[in-house]
Design a protein around this ligand. Structure first.
Ligand SMILES: Cc1ncc(COP(=O)(O)O)c(C=O)c1O
Length: 509
């Protein structure tokens, strides 16, 4: 398959002018806006509908998403998001409900929240769930605040959270933000937590142990029972990072493993879209003893009536506006109902099968640190290739883009040299997996310079990764302000000016 990403010379929509007044007659204004509230300084372009549609369609064609093609981004579970869930989330009853509406008027919405909480309890083996956090990382932070509140309520001053060195970066960040000292334990040669190191690290200072299981190498922690016993033995709590729940649903659960706190990534496991920083949803589940500390309000049912309970004196308070990211929650609930219990179990089984199939197809050509079977994802190493021909993991990732495949996660987890972390998910066919394996194998044999210069067929070529990560200017407008202070200045200065991070600027006439 030859892949060419579309490239258009797009302008910012604010720069577009030229209304013809031909296609649509103006709408009769139904609401008279009081003149003191009317603003004239917004600079909103007045454009034909077709101009706006073309603008955004062209932009979308210069992008890549799970609706375009295979997206094996490890740890992110970029499974296909079924369209029936989008349809339900865009119903007026969902889209137009206002969070300030009286409880009586939103009984249906509250029942969806309540039932979703119950479903997540059943899936995770927890006793109570709060749907409020808007992302996995916020779920972690919420969980850490709950752990702190719990220990404080027991009159204990526990200051440390233990985390394996294979953990996602948000784990130590969340623990530190909640005021804990982070203690890191190493991974053993088997790819699992070094149980002896853990035993040496626990103490009466241990507030919690945060772990992802299966871990970020895609390996199920072989000593999980002993790990839990060790941490509970010193009075610490077990925190389950549920980002990898897609590997174990219906087979086991954090509750069955005796965890105390869990966060879910609905935007990974429950087929709701990821966004650049949101919208997502990272609900938190806890066991009975931690329920009083969950965020307020709680959705409660008494007989046939649902209401919001704010009267919870031990709660850590509110962590997000209103009740969470409602449209995302509706999608997740729809997905759970449609799959059913057996369906969710099959999701996990297929995700694991796809991952091991792909791993076995790639094993002869790439180093595969840690030899055992994996769960839903696996990490391979491009170190041998780098030593032989100078091709790095990043080069392979960029070259894959030329084939219409999203790059896998690279350089994570950091304990694998030249790591490529691949998660196929359950929604891909064997044909897609075979095509991906053949592409990756052919890249390994390609002329090294072609790979190092990739991507060749995308709308944006290589960007300066370090500059992009350090200069967090996340919008065209932000970059424009940073470079010039205003648009006219940008136009004047753009000619010949090299922007290290964004080809859009270089294309600007
Ligand atoms: C293992 C793991 N934990 C936590 C997170 C954080 O989740 P979020 O991106 O929703 O904040 C991720 C995200 O990729 C992850 O892979």
């Amino acid at each position: 398959m030859t892949y060419r990403q579309a490239t258009y010379d797009v302008r910012l929509i604010q720069e577009m002018r030229g209304k013809s007044d031909l296609t649509l007659p103006p709408l009769k204004r139904e609401v008279e806006v009081p003149s003191n509230l009317l603003r004239t300084d917004l600079d909103i372009p007045d454009l034909e509908e077709n101009e706006v549609v073309r603008h955004y369609t062209n932009l979308s064609q210069m992008n890549f998403g799970v609706d375009n093609g295979f997206y094996p981004l490890g740890s992110c579970t970029m499974k296909y998001n079924p369209k029936y869930a989008d349809l339900l989330a865009s119903l007026p009853a969902v889209g137009e409900v206002h969070p300030f509406e009286d409880e009586e008027g939103i009984q249906g919405s509250l029942s969806v929240l309540y039932e979703l909480e119950r479903s997540l309890c059943a899936i995770s083996g927890m006793d109570a769930v709060s749907l409020q956090p808007a992302a996995g990382a916020q779920g972690e932070f919420t969980g850490m605040l709950i752990a702190r509140a719990f220990h404080e309520a027991n009159g204990e001053n526990r200051t440390e959270v233990i985390i394996p060195d294979s953990a996602h970066g948000t784990n130590p960040a969340s623990a530190a933000m909640a005021g804990f000292d982070v203690v890191v334990v190493p991974t053993s040669p088997s790819g699992c937590v070094d149980i002896n190191a853990l035993k040496a690290a626990v103490s009466e200072r241990t507030a919690a142990f945060m772990i992802t299981n299966p871990n970020t190498l895609g390996i199920f922690e072989e000593d999980i029972v002993e790990i839990v016993r060790t941490v509970h033995g010193v009075g610490g709590l077990m925190y389950y990072d549920g980002a990898n729940l897609n590997a174990v649903m219906g087979r086991t659960s954090p509750g069955a493993m005796d965890f105390d706190i869990v966060h879910f990534n609905l935007h990974k496991t429950f087929a709701t879209p990821h966004g650049g920083g949101g919208p997502g949803a990272g609900p938190v589940g806890v066991t009975k003893k931690l329920e009083p500390f969950l965020p307020v309000p709680r959705v409660v049912r008494e007989e046939e009536r649902y209401f919001l309970d704010w009267d919870r004196p031990q709660s850590i308070g509110k962590v997000r506006s209103f009740y969470g990211n409602f449209a995302v929650l509706v999608r997740a609930y729809a997905y759970i109902l449609r799959q059913g219990g057996n369906g969710l179990r099959e999701v996990s089984e297929r995700a694991v099968l796809n991952s091991n199939y792909l791993k076995s197809r790639l094993t002869p050509a790439f180093d595969m640190p840690f030899k055992q079977l994996r769960k839903h994802e696996f990490v391979l190493s491009a170190k041998k290739l780098k030593d032989e021909s100078g091709i790095k993991a990043l080069d392979i990732a960029k070259r894959l883009l030329d084939h219409g495949v999203m790059a896998p996660t690279v350089y994570f987890p950091s304990l694998v040299d030249e790591a490529l972390m691949i998660e196929p998910t359950e929604t891909e066919t064997r044909e897609t997996l075979d095509r991906f394996a053949e592409t990756l194998l052919s890249i390994a044999k390609e002329d090294p310079q072609t790979v190092k210069d990739a991507p060749h067929n995308t709308s944006v070529r290589r960007i300066d990764e370090v500059y992009a990560a350090k200069e967090l200017v996340l919008s065209y407008l932000g970059l424009k302000r940073k470079l010039t202070g205003n648009l006219e200045g940008l136009r004047a200065n753009a000619a010949g000016r090299k922007c290290e991070s964004c080809s859009l600027i270089l294309d600007t006439k």
